[in-house]
Design a binder for this molecule. Structure first.
Ligand SMILES: [Zn+2]
Ligand SMILES: [Zn+2]
Length: 315
């Protein structure tokens, strides 16, 4: 017990959130594993590994270092090769490992909007990440490797007779390219960052006003398991809670604007730190943190006052 604990400490596996289990694999359904990424120390996203008859499908490429960890864990659960890696959206923590996977023989696949977002934001973000992350710098590339296959149909379907895999796009929530992976038989939904389980929402490329509608689309599916891009696995409550958070955020900012409040009234500087002065109801507290709320309020404020999605505004 003690030896195990010391080993965990030595590896940096220190949970800072109640139920976070970074770098662990959890069996969700037969042949479906959820791998929780180390968000706190390495900014890794979660991965999902899906076993088909002759090969594996992995959800999200992760950062290069996360890709290597997920690939090593995939090898532990199955001798089958990784054939497809699905990029849920264009962010670096979900796609910068693309070349690691293709180098190992996999094909990267995404909704067409992911490739379009990359054209919009890259290579600027890749170049920035190279300065901040050794694993990105060590790729010795000028930019992210775009997904090799893109689709525009929704659902886009892959099946091999043993399992049916459906890829959906329900519109613009976290990014213009948000894709979902759904296993209808197992009622498993991989939501990327369109639905996260915790205070991990980045709204800078997003469309807060439209976000709930995207989740309405996801909620049309029969879902027992939701495997989010960040935070632990759960059920449908991740979708409904995330939806409620976006509605409450938008509503609170809208009401503040209607009562004449300015951005400076809603986000204040205190000891060089941003502090949001508005409160969201306790029912959505799983998605609220003092660190992330100020930027979310700012993005919502800009949407409400300009009538444009946050991601359409200069940023
Ligand atoms: Zn993201
Ligand atoms: Zn992410």
């Amino acid at each position: 017990m003690l030896a195990g604990f010391v080993a965990l400490l030595a590896l940096g596996f220190v949970a800072t959130r109640g139920d976070a289990q970074p770098n662990t694999m959890k069996l969700i359904a037969p042949g479906v594993w959820f791998r929780e990424g180390d968000l706190v120390n390495q900014d890794h996203c979660n991965n999902v590994i899906i076993e088909m008859k002759d090969y594996l499908i992995v959800v999200d490429a992760n950062f290069p270092s996360g890709a290597r960890l997920a690939l090593a864990d995939a090898k532990k659960v199955s001798p089958k090769p990784v054939k497809f890696v699905f990029d849920t959206h264009h962010h670096g923590d979900h796609t910068y490992g693309n070349a690691v996977w293709t180098g190992a023989g996999a094909t990267t696949i995404a909704y067409q909007g992911v490739a379009e977002e990359m054209k919009r934001y890259e290579p600027a973000r890749w170049k920035m990440a190279m300065k901040q992350r050794k694993d990105v710098a060590d790729m010795h590339r000028d930019s992210v490797e775009p997904p090799q296959q893109t689709f525009t149909d929704s659902p886009h379907v892959i099946t091999d007779g043993t399992r049916r895999v459906e890829f959906y796009h329900f519109g613009w929530a976290h990014t213009r390219g948000d894709g979902f992976l759904y296993l209808p038989q197992e009622r498993v939904l991989c939501s990327g960052d369109a639905a996260v389980n915790g205070p991990y929402n980045f709204t800078g490329d997003g469309n807060i006003g439209n976000w709930p509608k995207v989740l309405d689309g996801a909620l049309q599916l029969k879902v027992d398991h939701v495997l989010p891009g960040h935070g632990g696995a759960g059920g449908k409550e991740i979708l409904t809670g995330q939806r409620a958070f976006m509605i409450e955020l938008h509503k609170a900012v809208q009401q503040a604007v209607a009562s004449g409040k300015k951005l400076d009234d809603l986000v204040k500087k205190s000891n060089g730190k941003q502090v949001a002065s508005l409160q969201l109801p306790d029912s959505v507290k799983n998605w609220v943190s003092a660190d992330s709320l100020p930027d979310q309020v700012k993005d919502a404020f800009n949407e409400v006052t300009t009538g444009k999605p946050a991601g359409d505004l200069p940023h």
